[in-house]
Design a protein around this ligand. Structure first.
Ligand SMILES: Cc1cc2nc3c(=O)[nH]c(=O)nc-3n(C[C@H](O)[C@H](O)[C@H](O)COP(=O)(O)OP(=O)(O)OC[C@H]3O[C@@H](n4cnc5c(N)ncnc54)[C@H](O)[C@@H]3O)c2cc1C
Length: 440
């Protein structure tokens, strides 16, 4: 067995989370030996790929499921991506200033959005309130054929759209651009991770490595790595897939989000001009239980069964979700969305909330698009934990970063970099980080 030299930090997974950490450690800390393992041939081929996600920089302004407190935190965290794009000159290649809005339909939603406007306008002073007349001018298809009342909060001139794969590539390019030993290993599938004395042993399909600290940014696999080391046994994964539909022609200029139903755990349907399709309109995502850890990839059945850990406690969480009529109907509808031919006619009801005149023939299933959101199930509290999850144990960090994990990747990277620096007795350059990433 060949054991390669000992690295200060080993990072598993080169999605946006692992790439952001590699960049942050290499640029803002005095750590000199960093290794990043990615099992596929390049950066960001899974959820970070623009075909997998909605390419939205989630700032908290149009996400109506966020409380003011959460929006404040997300704004601070996600702004780091916009700052990075501006500071290093990636506007127009990685980040784009496209208009976006959140749309309220009907009296109840309009009243809720109006109240939200007053509560949130101090945090987002750039909000542009738009009624029917203004919407008709900007996005006529939202108004055409509509009888309900309408109100939208629009955002203009901000970076709203990000190619997170290209962003990750830029992180890696910048991370290796110095005199440190930053190694990026593609096609290097980490199979086991264990602690040997004070160090970690990382066994890949090709070789064995040692590191003083380790960070797993490997999606659902982060939890499996943690559990093999005896941590996070109270957690399991509920794999939620998300698919999209394309319009047969470009319908909208802006990202259009709809109001969240407070009872539903996943984001409401939205329409996004797509970076990968010449800004054609992409509707979605759907949200449905898909027994896979990686969309459009091999099944890995044993890993799936281990991650889902189906037993009395996880089943109780599923039962609690299904008990609620709104959630049950939502789940059924989203499963039907995936059925060929029928799916489109079910999904169109949601999409018509944005474009009322939409016909079934105007939509095509976006084959090859969509990703997985590994949601965390808390087996002790018997609840579904939405959003990011992190386990920290003596020199090891395990991250699971479903939406808005790409938007907050630089903030998560900063937090982890500081934790690792403290553990290794290394320095983090807060001043330079503040100048380049935190403040514009
Ligand atoms: C439908 C959908 C829409 C979304 N929309 C948005 C959005 O608009 N905005 C937003 O901010 N977020 C969005 N997200 C969430 C966002 O895509 C994720 O938060 C983000 O991509 C997570 O990044 P990651 O690096 O943790 O995971 P990934 O991009 O999945 O990367 C994990 C990496 O780890 C590697 N890996 C796994 N196991 C191993 C191993 N054993 N050895 C080596 N490498 C390994 C994988 O190959 C992969 O490259 C969306 C997600 C979905 C599914």
């Amino acid at each position: 067995m060949v054991v390669n030299k000992t690295f200060d930090v080993a990072i598993i997974g080169a999605g946006v989370a692992g790439s952001a950490l590699t960049f942050t450690l290499s640029r803002y800390s005095d750590i000199k030996n960093i290794i990043l393992f990615e099992k596929y041939s390049e950066v960001g081929l899974l959820n970070t790929n623009p075909k997998s996600n909605s390419q939205t920089l989630h700032i908290g302004d149009i996400e109506t499921n966020y409380t003011l407190e959460k929006a404040r935190k997300v704004k601070a965290n996600a702004s780091m991506i916009a700052n990075y794009i501006e500071h290093f000159g990636f506007e127009g290649s990685i980040g784009f200033r496209r208009n976006k809005m959140v749309l309220a339909v009907g009296d109840d939603e309009v009243a809720r959005l109006e109240a939200r406007y007053h509560e949130f306008k101090e945090l987002f002073p750039y909000y542009k309130k738009m009624g029917v007349a203004e919407l008709k001018e900007r996005e006529p298809l939202i108004v055409e054929g509509r009888e309900e009342t309408l109100l939208a909060l629009g955002v203009e001139g901000e970076i709203t759209t990000v190619d997170f794969k290209k962003l990750s590539e830029s992180f890696i390019e910048m991370a290796v651009e110095n005199d440190k030993n930053v190694q990026i290993h593609y096609n290097e599938d980490v199979v086991t991770l264990k602690k040997v004395g004070d160090e970690f042993e990382i066994v890949t399909k090709n070789s064995t490595f040692r590191a003083k600290s380790v960070v797993a940014n490997a999606g659902a696999y982060s939890l499996l790595f943690a559990q093999h080391m005896g941590y996070g046994k109270d957690l399991a994964i509920l794999p939620i897939g998300g698919s999209f539909f394309f319009a047969t022609k470009k319908l909208l200029n802006s990202k259009v989000y709809t109001m969240q139903n407070p009872k539903l755990p996943f984001a409401a349907v939205h329409a996004d001009p797509d970076i990968t399709a010449n800004w054609n309109t992409r509707f979605g995502p759907t949200a449905f239980m898909l027994p896979k850890l990686e969309r459009y990839r091999q099944l890995h059945i044993m890993d799936l069964l281990e991650a889902m850990d189906i037993g009395k406690d996880t089943l109780e969480v599923y039962y609690n979700l299904l008990k609620d009529r709104t959630i049950r109907n939502y789940i059924i509808t989203n499963i039907l969305d995936e059925v060929p031919i029928v799916g489109k006619s079910v999904f169109i009801k949601d999409a018509r909330k944005i474009v009322p005149t939409l016909q079934s023939s105007d939509l095509v299933f976006a084959e090859g698009y969509g990703g997985m959101r590994p949601q965390i199930v808390d087996k002790v509290k018997h609840e579904l934990k939405l959003g990011e999850a992190k386990l920290i144990q003596e020199g090891a960090i395990f991250n699971m970063t479903p939406s808005p994990g790409a938007s907050t990747s630089l903030a998560i990277a900063k937090e982890d970099a500081i934790t690792i620096c403290r553990y290794l007795g290394k320095k983090f350059d807060f001043e330079l980080h503040e100048k380049e990433i935190v403040n514009r």
